[in-house]
Ligand binder design. Structure first.
Ligand SMILES: [Mg+2]
Length: 313
């Protein structure tokens, strides 16, 4: 299955079976997996489904010409960033200009010069890889290396929808470092940053690979625990809470740092609104603060019923 492959997937859309045979042979030595489609419309559908790293697109096809396929690929948010190399029998300047202006990254003429085609494919795959790294970087918090708020919002919407569809369990946690402002005031912002980084590192080590830890903002963190019941979520959070409380900080060994946690779990059902999950976790976090900090509170009742609450310190 191409989805499980770690090699980049290249989608070839061309109505000529000979071209498929030829490219399969000539690209065999490259570090990629070739998926072959003979029709424009099916190529579009496949591109959306498998999200390839590169599309090689013929222009002259009977059902839908390559320009139209390219136009539709670039009009769809799911495929707009997928690089496309037009492969065409036409070496007309007008066709090259049209293809490139429609958003193709490159234009290669048939018959192929294979060393050149391979080099162009490699160059396009390098660009795709760099674009993916950049996109990922835009979702990472610079100070802590955790995912950022934007990533949390996107992933939460996905996870809540998946949880609804598949009847899976999900736990959303909001966590806030206790008395962080006073720590900053007493020891300076560098000490505060060191705490944020130290806690983030610890968080990253304790959660499972499938969990998603984010810096929600300031000294607030959000964690999405997937396929987790309340009991295992509690035991994980308890470990995070107690390990943080016992950490010794080089800049202020006399002062420990604690955090409060609000947790929303429970069976999916009416909980298909991501905001309701966050509000419920936030309410529980507020209760943890009110009850004296350095503790975990599980949200009660339906998150849809959660009341908006003012922020505690
Ligand atoms: Mg053709």
């Amino acid at each position: 299955m191409h989805e499980q492959s770690t090699k980049p997937v290249v989608l070839l859309i061309d109505d000529a079976i000979d071209i498929h045979r030829l490219l399969e042979t000539r690209l065999r030595a490259e570090d990629l997996e070739l998926v072959s489609i003979l029709r424009g419309a099916e190529g579009l559908e496949t591109a959306k489904r498998i999200n390839p790293a590169l599309i090689l697109l013929d222009l002259n096809m009977p059902d839908m010409d390559g320009f139209e396929v390219l136009r539709l690929l670039k009009a769809d948010p799911q495929t707009v960033d997928t690089p496309v190399i037009v492969i065409s029998g036409s070496d007309q300047t007008a066709d090259k200009v049209t293809g490139l202006d429609l958003g193709a990254i490159d234009y290669v003429c048939k018959p192929f010069n294979f060393p050149e085609l391979r080099a162009r494919v490699r160059a396009a795959l390098r660009i795709h890889h760099l674009m993916q790294l950049l996109a990922q970087k835009a979702h990472i918090d610079g100070l802590t290396g955790l995912w950022n708020r934007q990533h949390f919002d996107e992933r939460l919407a996905e996870e809540v929808a998946a949880c609804e569809r598949n009847d899976r369990s999900l736990t959303v946690v909001l966590c806030d470092l206790d008395n962080f402002k006073s720590l900053n005031d007493s020891y300076g912002h560098a000490a505060g940053d060191a705490v944020l980084q130290g806690f983030s590192r610890q968080l990253g080590q304790l959660i499972r690979r499938t969990d998603i830890a984010c810096r929600y903002g300031g000294e607030e963190f959000a964690i999405i625990l997937r396929d987790t019941d309340a009991a295992s979520a509690m035991s994980l959070l308890e470990r995070i809470r107690s390990e943080l409380a016992s950490m010794v900080w080089p800049r202020h060994p006399e002062r420990s740092v604690t955090a409060s946690f609000g947790l929303c779990d429970g069976p999916p059902g009416a909980r298909n609104d991501p905001n309701a999950w966050v509000e419920a976790a936030d309410k529980a976090l507020y209760q943890a603060k009110e009850a004296g900090r350095n503790r975990i509170v599980v949200a009660g009742g339906n998150p849809g019923d959660a009341m908006p609450l003012a922020k505690a310190g």
